[in-house]
Ligand binder design. Structure first.
Ligand SMILES: NC(=O)C1=CN([C@@H]2O[C@H](COP(=O)(O)OP(=O)(O)OC[C@H]3O[C@@H](n4cnc5c(N)ncnc54)[C@H](O)[C@@H]3O)[C@@H](O)[C@H]2O)C=CC1
Ligand SMILES: O=C(O)[C@@H]1CCC=N1
Length: 276
C-alpha cells in the first residue's frame, strides 16, 4: 500500500489525486486543503479520500510521498507542523519556479523531486517532466514516475535548468493552445457564424488535429504540408501566420518570456539562507 499526501487540492492537485486513485492499486490518499469542500468537489465521488482542512490531526501521520500542489506563496507560509509531516517520506513538488535548493532548504530534506505537469492531467493526458535531488532513492524515483504516469506521460530530466524551458513549453503550453482556440472562435464569429457553431468547429478541429498528430508518425511540418494545397486556402492562411515577425517568431518570444518568468520566480522563491 502506498500512502500519498496531497498538500493543496485545487486544479492540479485534484487532477493528480483523482488519477492516482483510479490508476494506482492500493493507493491511500490523504488531502490537506483549507477549502475542503472545493477539494472534495474536484475529486471523483464515492472514492475513499481522507480530507483535512489543515495538519492539526496529522501530527503523527507518516506518508510514502507528499505531493506539493500549492502556489509558491502558499508553500512559503506552510507551518512547522505541516513541514514535519510532509518530510516523513519522499516529496514531489509541482510548483513552478521553486528550485530543488529552495525546496531542500525549506523542507530540510533531500528526498525531493521537482516536477512540472500540465492541466491535461484532468483527462489523464498530462505531460510531466521531473528532476531528482541526490537524496531521492531509486524506489522514490519509481514511485514518483508511477504517480505521474497515472496522469499521462512522464520523463526525468538530467539537468534542472531544462525545467524552466519545459515549463514554458509544456507547463504553460495548454494555455497557449486554448488562447489560439479562443482567437480562432472569435475569427469564426467575425466571419458570420454564431458562437455555438464557431465553438463546435474549433473544438472538433483541435481535437481531430491533436488525435491525428498523436496517431500519425509524420512530423508536425509534414502534416501541415498534407493540409496545404498549392495555391489553395491553407496556403493563403499560412502566409499570414508565417509572415516575417508573425507566428514562428512569436512562439520563440513567448517561450523565452515564460522561461524568463520561471527563472524570476525561482529567484523570488529562493531560500533565505543556503542549506547546510
Ligand atoms: N494550473 C496549471 O496548469 C499548472 C500549475 N502548476 C503548479 O501547480 C500549483 C497549483 O496550481 P493550481 O492547482 O492551478 O492552483 P489552485 O489554486 O487551483 O490550487 C491550490 C490549492 O492549494 C490550496 N492551499 C492553499 N494554501 C494551502 C495550505 N497551506 N495547505 C494546503 N493547501 C493549501 C488552495 O486552497 C487550493 O485548493 C502551482 O504551484 C503551479 O505553479 C504546475 C503545472 C501546471
Ligand atoms: O502559469 C503558471 O505559472 C503555472 C505553471 C505552468 C502553468 N501554470
Amino acid at each position: 500500500m502506498r500512502r500519498f499526501l496531497f498538500v493543496g487540492c485545487g486544479n492540479m492537485g485534484g487532477a493528480i489525486a483523482s488519477a492516482a486513485m483510479r490508476a494506482i492499486p492500493h493507493a491511500r490518499i490523504t488531502v490537506v486543503d483549507p477549502s475542503p469542500e472545493r477539494a472534495k468537489a474536484l475529486l471523483p465521488a464515492g472514492m475513499a479520500v481522507e480530507t483535512h482542512p489543515d495538519f492539526a490531526k496529522l501530527g503523527e501521520a507518516r506518508f510514502d510521498l507528499g505531493i506539493l500542489c500549492v502556489k509558491p506563496q502558499q508553500f512559503a507560509e506552510l507551518s512547522p507542523l505541516a513541514i514535519s509531516v510532509i518530510r516523513s517520506g519522499a516529496i514531489a513538488s509541482i510548483m513552478a519556479g521553486v528550485t530543488l535548493d529552495a525546496l531542500a532548504a525549506r523542507l530540510g530534506s533531500e528526498r525531493i523531486a521537482r516536477t512540472m505537469p500540465n492541466l491535461p492531467a484532468l483527462v489523464g493526458q498530462a505531460m510531466t517532466v521531473g528532476v531528482a535531488a541526490d537524496g531521492l532513492t531509486q524506489a522514490d524515483r519509481r514511485m514518483v514516475a508511477t504517480l505521474f504516469e497515472a496522469v499521462g506521460q512522464f520523463r526525468w530530466l538530467s539537468d534542472e535548468t531544462l525545467i524552466d524551458a519545459a515549463t514554458a513549453v509544456a507547463g504553460s503550453g495548454p494555455g497557449y493552445i486554448f488562447a489560439f482556440a479562443q482567437y480562432m472562435m472569435e475569427a469564426a464569429v467575425a466571419s458570420g457564424m454564431d458562437a455555438a457553431l464557431a465553438d463546435l468547429l474549433v473544438r472538433q478541429t483541435f481535437r481531430g488535429a491533436a488525435e491525428l498528430m498523436h496517431a500519425d508518425p509524420r512530423t508536425a511540418e509534414e502534416l501541415k504540408k498534407a493540409v496545404t494545397s498549392k495555391a489553395g486556402t491553407t496556403e493563403a492562411g499560412l502566409a499570414v501566420f508565417e509572415a516575417e515577425g508573425a507566428l514562428p517568431e512569436l512562439c520563440l518570444k513567448a517561450v523565452a518570456a515564460a522561461a524568463q518568468r520561471a527563472r524570476e520566480l525561482s529567484r523570488t522563491a529562493a531560500p533565505e539562507s543556503p542549506r547546510q
